[in-house]
Design a protein around this ligand. Structure first.
Ligand SMILES: Nc1ncnc2c1ncn2[C@@H]1O[C@H](COP(=O)(O)OP(=O)(O)OP(=O)(O)O)[C@@H](O)[C@H]1O
Length: 389
C-alpha cells in the first residue's frame, strides 16, 4: 500500500486506533516513521515471536480498551445532554433545553437575548427543527451585516426597476421563509424605518416588495436575537417600543459561558472530539491546568471563542495533552491578581468601552448613548485607552 493510501485509510476512520505491523528496516524511512508517529496508536516489528507477539498485542488492546473506558463516562455523563446539536449539563442550559421544547410548540415570535457567541442561532435552529415548520425553510438574516441601503430589499424583496440597478425581481428573505422560520439576528441593528415594516409584517402577516403596491400574505414565524439590551434602546428612542413588545412575546435568555462553568469541560471535550478529526493533532485530551484555566477565564467571546481556542491548540499544540499555553490562556490569566483601586476602575472603564463599541457596531453615537456619555467624552476615553481605530 502507498503512503497516501494508508494515510487516507487511517484518516477516514477517526474512531479506530490503528496498529502498524512492519519490518524493522522500514523504521529507518523518515516518511514511514512520521506516518506511524502521527497516525498510529502503536506498532510492532515483524516477524513477531509467537508468545511475545500475543502478549504485546494483548497489552496494546488492553490499553486501547482502558483508554476508551476513560473517554466514555464524560460523553455519557449523567448531566450531559444534547438538544439539536447543543451540548450542556448546567442547570441554566438544561432549563433552556426545556424552554426550547415548550416554545417550539407555539407559533408566537421569540426573542433570544445573550452575549455574542452564546449559541443564540443554534437555539433558533433548534426551535425551528422542533416546530411543525421543520419541513419548511430556516432563513437566517444578520441585520447588522447588511448595509442600510440593501436591507429593505433583502428582507422584503423588490420588483424589477424598483431602484437603479434593480435589473431583476428579487424575492426577499421573509418571503423565502414562507411556511418556515425567519431568524433575524442582531435585530437591534435594524434601522427605524425597517422596524416599521417588520412591525406591519408581524401584525398583518403580509408584505409588499419594494417598488410594488401589491400586498400578499407570508406565513413565516419570526425569531429574533440580540446581544444588546433592546429595552434600553427603546428608552433611548433607537428601537420601536411596539415592535419590542411584538417580538418579545416569548423570551429566551442565554447565559454567558462564564456563568455556567460546569458546561466548559463538557463543551471543551465535545469540540475536542469533533475538531480532532479535522487534522493530525497528537492530542488525546486536556491537561489539568488547561481545564483549570478554562474554568477561570471569563470567555468574552463565549462558546465561539472556546471553539477557536481549541482549534488553535489542536493546530499548534505538540503534546498529548492540550495545555493552558496551547489554548493561549496562560498569558490571559497571568496578569497580577492584586490591583489598586485606580487600576480596577481603569480596567472596568476599558471593558465597558469595548463592550459599548462592540454592541453598537463601532457606531460612536450609539455607543455614547448607551454608555451615558457625550460623543466628545467617548472620543477622549477611547484615546485614553488606545481603543480608537
Ligand atoms: N451549547 C452549545 N453546544 C454546542 N455548540 C454550541 C453551543 N453553543 C454555541 N455553540 C456553537 O458556538 C458557535 C457560536 O454559536 P451561535 O452562532 O449560535 O452564537 P450567537 O449567540 O448566535 O452569536 P452571535 O450573537 O455572534 O451571532 C457556533 O459554532 C455554535 O454551533
Amino acid at each position: 500500500m502507498q503512503y497516501d493510501q494508508v494515510q487516507h485509510l487511517v484518516n477516514d476512520t477517526p474512531h479506530t486506533n490503528w496498529i502498524a505491523l512492519l519490518h524493522k528496516p522500514s523504521l529507518d524511512h523518515p516518511t514511514i516513521r512520521k506516518l506511524i508517529h502521527d497516525l498510529f496508536y502503536d506498532y510492532h516489528t515483524l516477524p513477531l515471536p509467537e508468545v511475545e507477539s500475543v502478549t504485546r498485542l494483548q497489552s496494546t488492546l488492553g490499553h486501547a480498551y482502558g483508554i476508551e473506558v476513560l473517554d466514555t463516562p464524560l460523553a455519557k455523563a449523567e448531566h450531559y445532554e444534547l438538544e439539536c446539536q447543543m451540548v450542556g449539563g448546567s442547570e441554566a442550559i438544561l432549563n433552556i433545553f426545556g424552554q426550547i421544547r415548550k416554545v417550539a410548540a407555539t407559533d408566537a415570535p421569540v426573542l433570544i437575548t445573550g452575549e455574542s457567541g452564546t449559541g443564540k442561532e443554534l437555539i433558533a435552529q433548534a426551535l425551528h427543527i422542533r416546530s411543525d415548520r421543520s419541513r419548511g425553510p430556516f432563513i437566517p438574516v444578520n441585520c447588522g451585516a447588511l448595509p442600510d441601503t440593501l436591507i429593505h430589499s433583502e428582507l422584503f424583496g423588490h420588483e424589477k426597476g424598483a431602484f437603479t440597478g434593480a435589473h431583476r425581481q428579487n424575492i426577499g428573505r421573509i418571503e423565502s421563509a414562507n411556511n418556515g422560520t425567519i431568524f433575524l439576528d442582531e435585530v437591534g441593528d435594524l434601522p427605524l424605518e425597517l422596524q416599521t415594516y417588520l412591525l406591519r409584517f408581524l401584525q398583518e402577516k403580509t408584505i409588499e416588495r419594494l417598488g410594488s403596491s401589491k400586498t400578499f400574505g407570508v406565513n413565516a414565524r419570526v425569531i429574533a436575537a440580540t446581544h444588546v439590551n433592546l429595552a434600553e434602546m427603546v428608552t433611548q428612542g433607537a428601537f420601536r417600543e411596539d415592535l419590542y413588545f411584538r417580538l418579545n412575546v416569548l423570551n429566551i435568555q442565554v447565559p454567558a459561558l462564564r456563568e455556567r462553568v460546569e458546561d466548559i469541560p463538557l463543551l471543551a471535550q465535545y469540540f475536542f472530539q469533533h475538531l480532532k478529526q479535522e487534522g493530525n493533532s497528537p492530542a488525546r485530551g486536556f491537561s489539568r491546568d488547561a481545564l483549570e484555566y478554562m474554568s477561570q477565564y471569563h470567555w468574552p467571546g463565549n462558546v465561539r471563542e472556546l471553539i477557536n481556542r481549541i482549534r488553535r491548540a489542536l493546530v499548534m499544540g505538540e503534546h498529548k495533552l492540550i495545555t493552558a499555553e496551547d489554548l493561549g490562556l496562560e498569558e490571559q490569566l497571568a496578569a497580577p491578581l492584586i490591583y489598586t483601586l485606580e487600576e480596577v476602575r481603569s480596567r472596568a472603564e476599558k471593558d465597558m468601552l469595548q463592550k459599548g463599541m462592540l454592541a453598537s457596531g463601532n457606531n460612536i453615537t450609539k455607543a455614547a448613548l448607551s454608555l451615558g456619555v457625550s460623543r466628545v467624552t467617548l472620543y477622549n476615553l477611547l484615546d485614553k485607552h488606545h481603543l480608537r481605530r
